[in-house]
Each structure stands twice: as C-alpha cells, then as structure tokens.
Design a protein. Structure first.
Length: 326
C-alpha cells in the first residue's frame, strides 16, 4: 500500500484527500495517516491540509523499495524489488533470490555494497548515497551460449536510461562498460546458473556512478560520474526506472530472434570503439586492428592490417584503445 500511496502522491497535480486514499485501498483514516508518517520518516516532505488532504512537496534522492517501485513503469522488469541499505553484493542477493524461486524480472538494489564485484573478480567501489548498484535476475528461455549477449542488451538499456533521465549522451565500450567523455561511468557484470543446455537464471549487475563529486585517486583518470559530467545530481530512483523500462524494450527485441540481429544498428550507433583502432588482449597473445561493430552473435568484429576480420568473443578477452581506455 505504501508504494501505491507514494505513486498517487507523485502523480497528483494537487492535493489527494485522505478519504480518496481510504476508499481506494479500503482502509481506515488511521492506516492512511500511518503510511504518511512512514513516508515522512523516510525523508519525504508531505503537506497535510484540513479539508484538502495530502500533497507531496519534496522528495529528495531517496532510495527505498517503495520509492523504486513507484518509479517503475514496466510490465515485468523491476516489478519485484529487493532493497538493501547495505549488502555485500547485489549480484549475490539476486542469485540467492533466484535460488529461492524469485520471479523473472526481480531487481536487487542497494544503497551501499561492501563487496561489490566487477569483471574478472575485481572489486567494484560502491559508496553510500551516490550510486546505482543493482542486479536484475531473469529466466530467459535461450541456450546458455547466447547469455553473454544479455550484457550488450543491458548496456543499451543503461546508456538510454541515462540519456532519458539527465540528457547525458554516453557510449558503449564493448562489451560491458558505459563511457562518457572517454571515461567509464558504468560497469556491467553478468553471471548465470545453467543445467545441461538450459539456463536456470541470469543475473546482470549494473553499477552506475551517479552523484559522485569525486572518485578515488586510482581510477579518476579512467572513470567519471553523471554529476561530474553534467554538473547536476540525478534522482537515482528515476534512473533505475528508466533503465528498467529500456531494458524491457530491448530484451523483448532480443528475444524475438535470440540474438542481436534486431539491435545491430542501435548498438553499433552507440559503440565507442566503432571504426577506432583497438588492442585486443587475450591469454597468451594480443593484436591491433580496427573495430567494425558487432555481429548477430554480439561478437566484436576487428579488422587487422592483413585484411582478416576477427570475431572477438567476450569473456577473458579485453579490448583497449591504442592511446587510452577507449
């Protein structure tokens, strides 16, 4: 009920009478008053006027399950929210929820992670109150070999979600980073559970640097935040809702074919590496070439000087720009 009352307050142009809320949820005035008090405790500024009702005056950058759910406009992506003030890793929480039978589209969100995970087991810095640390759990009916492409779907969703929320144009550094002005603004980590040739579930973690005023010394040359790029703070719940809306859209297109064929044009238009010289680093060897975009399988096509076109598979391969991170 709290989520729906909050949604009503957000969508209202003026006051909502207590009686209207009572009738909608078939509850007493006392129950409504208790919900309003809970919301005020969480940080919402709500004006109450006799004979008029309640009006939401101000809602800061609040994260809570009710706030996130009330910002969601999707059919299934993020409809069930697991929220944590602090946790080790949202990927771990999402996987545990999956094992316990959580439905397709369950979203785990944390204000702070103390054991955030990045690619290849690296730690991901996840400070409190300034970032979006979330993991989406889905149960796709696809072959496990196609699961890596879901990272590319998530990258499209994050890039578009950031643009819709704050107007910042970003690009995708294949396969799992979102960049702005050549610096990393989001990292994506996809993990899955399989059985024979069947996927039990896939968990995609997305860590977005939202409102950081500064970054740790060791990464500030290659990383940035929405605030540092735009000079403005973004409301994280709105950003989460926008990313989930975009994810649902792109996922549905992906599932029509089970590959990236329906998303090639939009993905390649966002590709930071497109037509740029890249260095492909793989176990035991490396080579330089020009990135030509991705193919239907989500592989990065890299053309070397001898004219050969290599199909680079994400995993243990790393792609870097010749003169920098991108």
């Amino acid at each position: 009920m709290k989520t729906e009352v909050l949604r009503m307050l957000k969508e209202a142009e003026g006051y909502i009478s207590g009686q209207e809320i009572c009738e909608k949820f078939n509850v007493s005035r006392t129950a409504v008053w208790k919900v309003i008090k809970q919301l005020e405790t969480e940080g919402y500024l709500i004006e109450a006027v006799r004979n008029k009702g309640y009006r939401l005056k101000m809602a800061g950058d609040i994260l809570s399950r009710a706030e996130i759910e009330s910002s969601m406009n999707t059919e299934w992506a993020g409809k069930k929210v697991l929220y944590f003030d602090e946790t080790g890793s949202t990927n771990t929480e999402a996987k545990q929820a999956a094992e316990a039978g959580a439905p397709h589209g369950t979203l785990a969100v944390a204000d702070y992670q103390n054991m955030g995970k990045g690619r290849r087991g690296r730690m991901w810095t996840s400070p409190r109150g300034v970032g979006v640390w979330m993991s989406l759990m889905i149960r796709p009916e696809i072959h496990p070999s196609a699961a890596s492409m879901l990272t590319l779907v998530a990258a499209l969703a994050v890039s578009e979600g950031i643009g819709k929320t704050c107007g910042l144009e970003t690009q995708i550094k294949w396969p799992n980073d979102i960049v702005a002005d050549g610096k990393k603004i989001c990292g994506i980590l996809t993990e899955m559970s399989t059985e024979l040739e069947c996927i039990n579930y896939v968990v995609t973690g997305m860590g977005i640097n939202a409102n950081m005023e500064e970054l740790p010394e060791e990464i500030k040359d290659v990383a940035t935040s929405i605030l540092l790029q735009t000079g403005k703070r973004v409301k994280r719940s709105q950003l989460i809702g926008a990313v989930m809306e975009s994810y649902e859209k792109y996922y549905n297109v992906f599932m029509e074919s089970g590959n990236m064929s329906g998303l090639l044009d939009v993905y390649n238009s966002h590709l930071a590496n497109m037509q740029r010289s890249v260095r492909v680093l793989q176990p035991g060897s490396e080579y330089v070439g020009t990135a030509l975009g991705i193919n239907d399988a989500g592989e990065l096509l890299v053309k070397t000087e001898d004219g050969a076109v290599h199909q680079v598979i994400s995993g243990e391969v790393s792609v870097r720009g010749i003169y920098g991170y991108v």
